[in-house]
Design a protein around this ligand. Structure first.
Ligand SMILES: Cc1ncc(COP(=O)(O)O)c(C=O)c1O
Length: 346
């Protein structure tokens, strides 16, 4: 049976070139800083994001937590969007491990936040208050349907934060999607933030890993936090090699993924009863919702029986993510399946 897996770009498997590079990688003990392949990946990633240094980590979740640990102290308060990945899907690590208080600012549909609300949420000095020390942003924005933050918004948000003594961390799990979607170098989107991480294991197709980037001093401190979390990985060049190939070869793929997402959104928008915004589909994530009488969990289960795998993100909303292993024919197949499964609920 044909299977079209649109649950996430994390299901992408390493390319043949990545597997070869992994096999041939020159390695050393990375905890001693002696793995040349990891060192090179960290240098390349930092240069691409316009930062002084990088740190290879096991995952986006680990990178975000390390950044929070470096930028804050237990009891500090973090400002983040109401739809932030850090808030929804990182097992509460900012509170459980870093001991921080989370203060939520509503996300607009485009992943941004009202900067007046950000300013208002920053606590003044008061003996009763936690200190607000960090603002977290996300680009592209997962729960906001792959929306992209513009450099102008990021700069304005950083201005507010920096003026008030806060640092800014950018969860850029899909920052290269954001860059391709705006036709700009990734470094243009990351210039004003103090730290940024991105994932190698999502649309870039590498099997494992994320790179956290920032100033040399920030990365020195981050390296120690990584060790504390058990993330010192020894001969990690074996996996970092795939990450290098990902950065070398996969960026062209992202434009195709975005075109396929747009194609899917266009197909879905043409199905009576489905709400899907074609204009809001700007990267590789497509969000759509069902008519009120159709429960999304059951809909997703039925679609799977037809060979199409999607994720529901709430009672009504469903998410699809395009990636290297999806072509235009797969998207059309998925559109036809959505149409016929919806008919089963009439
Ligand atoms: C925006 C965002 N940040 C962070 C992560 C976490 O990445 P990982 O799954 O590598 O921990 C994800 C994963 O989907 C994500 O979408």
């Amino acid at each position: 049976m044909k299977v079209v897996d649109l649950r996430s770009d994390t299901i992408t498997q390493p390319t043949d070139a990545m597997r070869r590079a992994m096999c041939e990688a020159e390695v050393g003990d990375d905890v001693y800083g002696e793995d040349p392949t990891v060192n090179r990946l960290e240098e390349i990633a930092a240069a691409m994001l316009g930062k002084e240094a990088g740190l290879f980590t096991a995952s986006g979740t680990m990178s975000n937590l390390i950044a929070i640990l470096v930028h804050t102290r237990p009891g500090d308060e973090i400002l983040l969007g109401s739809e932030a990945h850090i808030l929804w899907y990182e097992v509460g690590s900012a509170s459980a491990v870093a001991g921080t208080n989370l203060r939520i600012v509503p996300n607009d549909e485009n992943g941004s936040m009202d900067l007046d609300l950000v300013q208002a949420a920053i606590r003044p000095e008061d003996i009763h208050f936690p200190s607000t020390t960090l603002l977290c942003l996300e680009n592209t924005h997962n729960r906001c349907g792959g929306a992209v933050l513009t450099p102008e918004f990021t700069t304005a948000a950083c201005d507010v934060a920096h003026r008030n003594g806060l640092h800014v961390h950018l969860d850029g799990a899909r920052i290269f999607n954001a860059a391709v979607a705006q036709g700009k170098p990734a470094a243009d989107l990351t210039a004003p933030v103090d730290s940024v991480c991105f994932c190698l294991s999502k649309s870039l197709s590498a099997p494992v890993g994320s790179v956290l980037c920032g100033s040399r001093d920030f990365i020195t401190r981050a390296r120690k936090k990584r060790k504390m979390l058990g993330g010192g990985m020894r001969q990690a060049g074996v996996i970092a090699a795939a990450g290098q190939v990902a950065l070398d070869t996969m960026l062209d793929q992202l434009e195709k993924d975005h075109a396929n997402a747009k194609r899917f959104a266009t197909g879905l928008a043409g199905i009576p009863g489905i709400a899907c915004s074609i204009e809001a589909t700007v990267s590789n994530i497509v969000m759509f919702s069902l008519p009120p009488h159709v429960p999304s969990r059951e809909f997703v289960d039925r679609l799977r029986e037809h060979g199409v795998k999607l994720n529901h993100t709430s009672r009504k909303a469903i998410r699809a993510v395009t990636h290297r292993m999806i072509d235009a024919g797969d998207v059309d197949f998925a559109t036809d399946c959505v149409r016929s499964v919806l008919n089963e609920f009439r």
